[in-house]
Design a protein around this ligand. Sequence first.
Ligand code: CP
Ligand code: NVA
Length: 301
Amino acid sequence: MTVKHFLTLNDLSLEQLTRILKRAMEVKTERATGQVSNSMQNRVLGMIFEKASTRTRVAFEAAMAQCAGHAIFLAPDNTQLGRGEPIEDTARVLSRMVDIIMLRTFEHSKIEAFAQYAQVPVINALTDRFHPCQLLADLQTFEEHRGSIRGAKVAWIGDGNNMCHSYMNASRIFGFHLNIACPKGYAPDADICELNQDSITLTENAIEAASGADLVVTDVWASMGDEAETLERQRAFKPFQVNQQLMQQANKDALFMHCLPAHRGEEVTADVIDGPQSVVWDEAENRLHSQKALLEFLIQY
Ligand code: CP
Ligand code: NVA
């Protein structure tokens, strides 16, 4: 049996990712028109969360329920993982019981080890390095509002974090250009820059990065795990706030996205995130549809 994992966008081809996005739009229509799906009948998803989540958990759990499957939520506090059972053993045991597993954790190496021992598909539901599920929703949202993202200019403003890394991979795979503006010391990882060097431009100037952009994206200044650095990050990231002045550098019809949760008055002003260019609620909703399509793809692979 071939098992396909989704640890980063690089695990799938452009053709496969495009197929998932097309299916995401179909399942969205199916839900809107009241069609009933049983594509996950008798299927069980194991969900391990070592970090907090609202959207990712609800999207996966609702997706399984809406398709006649079931999801099991596992947190370290009340599983043996929290008492030191090795991740590799957990992967082997869960593989004997469920059909697909998602993991949200800290070190990316942990999900790689997990996937190595899992005998069912493993989905990265966020690590310190990548957040590929969010990219599926963002790409779906861009396409719904503006058509193909190929050839577009996207501006990433803020931290060179897991979301930024996934945007970098997406820029190479989907053929758009990504301007990345980060404060000194917060640039994305060098190996990911090298892999995506032809589709990215790095700068420390947010205005420059946003100039002529079709899409402006930002994220929290302190990701989960970075809480101890909150104050120093607030100082470093202040010139990287997405506000009206910055949005005016972008194209007139530029969209604004944020994976959420957002901090109004920090990385984005309320008038931008709650304003007419923001598509964050569609983006959040599309987590449901794109993850449903991803589950179907990996289970049927
Ligand atoms: N965007 C996102 O992944 O949200 P959650 O942390 O709420 O899952
Ligand atoms: N970069 C953020 C994304 C949250 C969905 C974090 O890792 O906390």
